[in-house]
Design a binder for this molecule. Sequence first.
Ligand code: 13P
Length: 246
Amino acid sequence: MTDVQLIAGNWKMNGLNSAIAELDAMIAAPTSPAAGLLVCPPATLLAAFAERAKGSAVGIGAQDCHWEVSGAHTGDLSAEMLADAGATHIIVGHSERRADHGETDAIVRRKAEAVARAGLTAILCIGETLEQRDAGQTLEVIARQLEGSVPAIDRLVIAYEPVWAIGTGRTPTVEQVAEVHAAIAARMGGVQILYGGSVKPSNAAELLAVPHVGGALVGGASLKAADFLGIAAATALAGAQTAGAS
Ligand code: 13P
């Protein structure tokens, strides 16, 4: 696993042209060598953000793609189009897409394959619902999602996002994060694994210090440069904590 933690911001359906000021602040900030920054704005802003971020330490990604290269799919965007617009990464299988658009593991797998075909890195999301966690099914659900949705591709990042922690302000305990990340690492050997769900500057250092946590996928707190940079700054602290513990 790489030592550089990936701090990825998923802007979801947020952001107008005026939000480029937040990107500018992220670009202008000194970056920790322990963190790689990625911003995934809505598709409407992707090309403008990629142009603005060119040559900076901030990468630009997309939030979803269709699995085909082109064709009669009104409203959809292919991985090739997103690459053409300047994306380096594409999030696939986010739980909001699984829930809102009925995306199955099989569909997520095809999307991840499409990302690889376009030469980009897939950030593939998995995670259990609260009902599944309460029923003691978390590791089983994770294993099923990995089995069903992860293709054999080179450039892959997994994001563990417990559905009940997304946008709720609730985070799992470090023990719960450690258990799931260890299970994913055991199956996926060597793959970078992000944690996502209510990550903010105040909890980032402890979450990023958990073994097998290779970064964070951040929703709400990625919209404001100050919060996003606060999370990125925690990578260095996480490293110091880990070093201090050893
Ligand atoms: P929040 O950080 O807003 O909980 O969202 C997490 C998420 O879904 C990132 O993909």
